[in-house]
Design a protein around this ligand. Structure first.
Ligand SMILES: [Zn+2]
Ligand SMILES: [Zn+2]
Length: 543
């Protein structure tokens, strides 16, 4: 079981107890470093923050609860728990949990209300169905069953609850809608983030206001129900553990000031990592690989001249410089000149998962900008021509239950002909950048300058780290000298993910006893190319 496995919301709104049960369903692998687990925990906070902003308290509750469970229930069992180097980060995570437990308690009445409302709607629907069935049986002579008027009236009552429910779409069949929706939503979030910062409102207040407006239900403004505070035993358990940790941390005050890092969920005021950040305009001719992105050709065959800086393609040669914060840039592309697509409320749509793991768990659809690969190959070109690998990290956000990759981050890295590893500093920078921009790590992309297109055993280990954080995380391999020259993969689950997570071998090309460790994620799979989906390139490499 991967960490951020999500199964909320395929049916109606769940009760707090049901969410808690799902939140506890994940596997904790102690041989994964605690530092990596801390990062996974941080990403849960990012996922929760996105869901909270979107007014999806059900999922936000699930992720925050899982975070609390991880930090308070699992971390103390990890062999590195006493490592002094991690003390400050652990103390910080525990502090965030204390804050979140209060938040979770405050959300409970609203979540249970949504659940009750749903149950009532289902009950109404069932009673109505039963009534209609009985009528049909009793009234056969009048052929009620074929009366179109009756049918439509049944339909409308049936939809009493469903009207508030988002319309479920297949992102693969509605790619353009998905892309437009994402562009609108990202713009809306940026604007809302800025005005929220100005107004000093918490994201939950904003979400509550918006939800009240969208749902338009008088029940939701029923103040009396706000006082239904109660404890279920599971929550009480976490609270108990929390108190225990609080005492413990009083006895052992952290040596490093825990305030060095800002708390996760309210990361909106993080200072940005000073990044060499450039927005890629996919319409720029210099970045246009041709009519199809497949037309990128391997370096030996390329008749291109070396870029003037000695090898690196700098996007800012082609694109105007971008203001300091990533999303504020809006789009420095011709898109700003064209009228925006009609405002679509993302909460009106939900992209239904169309693929699943080998165990049958649904995988949310991942939308990938089709031009990301050629932009990456341009950035990697200098390394590739010297037979060195290059890697990049795919980051994105969650919109209407689909993951949109909208950032390509090139971390500081060390390369060889068969490996490419993020430096420790590069790793920290990457995750700080994601924290401060509410980005989810959706996988990675790397080159095989001379090897064919496959996942090496080392690649499998790298991928397992991303996939345990996000089950939908992918690995894109570019092998420009071979055919096929690229592929999008994920570890199978089972057996791939757990097998690799439990493998302790470190070698570059070590054997795995299990076969069928990874599979294609595009044809078929949960990845869809989103035509025109914009993305930003952030190059954090030094020198
Ligand atoms: Zn590789
Ligand atoms: Zn292994």
């Amino acid at each position: 079981m991967a960490l951020s496995r999500h199964s909320v919301a395929t049916t109606g709104p769940l009760s707090v107890e049901e969410i808690v049960q799902q939140a506890q369903e994940f596997e904790f692998v102690p041989n994964r470093s605690l530092k990596n687990w801390l990062r996974s925990a941080q990403l849960l906070l990012t996922e929760a923050a996105i869901c909270e902003q979107d007014g999806d308290l059900q999922k936000a509750y699930l992720y925050l609860y899982r975070h609390a469970e991880l930090v308070i229930g699992k971390f103390p069992k990890h062999p590195e728990y006493k490592d002094p180097k991690l003390k400050a980060d652990l103390a910080q995570a525990q502090k965030v949990v204390q804050k979140n437990l209060i938040k979770l308690e405050q959300w409970k009445p609203r979540i249970n209300q949504q659940h009750q409302r749903y149950l009532k709607a289902v009950e109404r629907r069932n009673t109505e169905k039963q009534r209609v069935q009985e009528e049909r049986l009793n009234d056969v002579r009048q052929f009620h069953a074929n009366d179109p008027l009756r049918q439509s009236s049944i339909g409308s009552e049936d939809g009493a609850y469903d009207r508030d429910e988002a319309q479920a779409l297949n992102a693969n069949e509605h790619r353009q809608l998905a892309v437009d929706l994402a562009h609108n939503e990202i713009r809306r979030r940026d604007a809302s983030k800025q005005s929220t910062q100005r107004a000093g409102l918490s994201p939950s207040t904003v979400a509550a206001r918006r939800q009240g407006f969208v749902a338009g239900s008088p029940e939701q403004h029923d103040k009396s129900s706000r006082h239904h505070y109660g404890f279920d035993t599971v929550n009480e358990g976490i609270r108990e553990a929390g108190r225990h940790l609080q005492h413990r941390s009083k006895r052992e005050p952290p040596k490093v000031d825990a305030n060095q890092r800002a708390p996760g969920p309210s990361s909106y005021q993080y200072p940005s990592v000073p990044a060499k950040e450039t927005a890629v305009d996919w319409r720029m001719p210099a970045l246009q690989p041709g009519p199809k992105s497949e037309s990128y050709r391997p370096p030996p065959a390329l008749p291109t001249k070396e870029p003037p800086d000695g090898g690196r393609y700098q996007q800012d040669q082609y694109v105007p410089p971008v203001p300091p914060r990533p999303h504020q840039s809006g789009s420095p592309s011709p898109a700003t000149a064209t009228p925006s697509p009609p405002p679509a409320a993302p909460s009106k749509y939900t992209f239904k998962p169309t693929a699943s793991t080998e165990a049958g768990t649904p995988l949310r659809t991942v939308l990938l900008p089709p031009d990301l690969r050629s932009a990456f190959l341009n950035l990697a070109h200098h390394n590739t021509s010297r037979n060195l690998e290059t890697c990049g990290i795919l980051c994105g956000t969650l919109i209407s239950n689909a993951l949109f990759i909208n950032h390509l981050i090139i971390p500081d890295q060390l390369s060889s002909s068969d490996t490419c590893d993020t430096t420790e500093e590069g790793d920290n920078e990457l995750f700080d950048f994601c924290d401060s921009n509410d980005l989810l790590v959706c996988g990675w992309i790397h080159t095989h300058p001379s090897q064919t297109c496959f996942l090496s055993s080392r690649d499998l280990h790298t991928s397992s780290g991303y996939q345990i954080m996000l089950p939908e995380a992918i690995a894109i391999v570019c092998a420009p000298r071979h055919n096929p020259d690229w592929g999008i993969f994920r570890l199978t689950d089972p057996p791939g993910l757990n097998h690799v997570l439990n493998c302790n071998q470190k070698g570059l090309f070590h054997p795995h006893s299990e076969t069928n460790l990874y599979t294609d994620a595009l044809r078929p799979g949960h990845v869809v190319e989103g035509p025109g989906l914009k993305f930003e390139v952030v190059d954090l490499r030094k020198g």
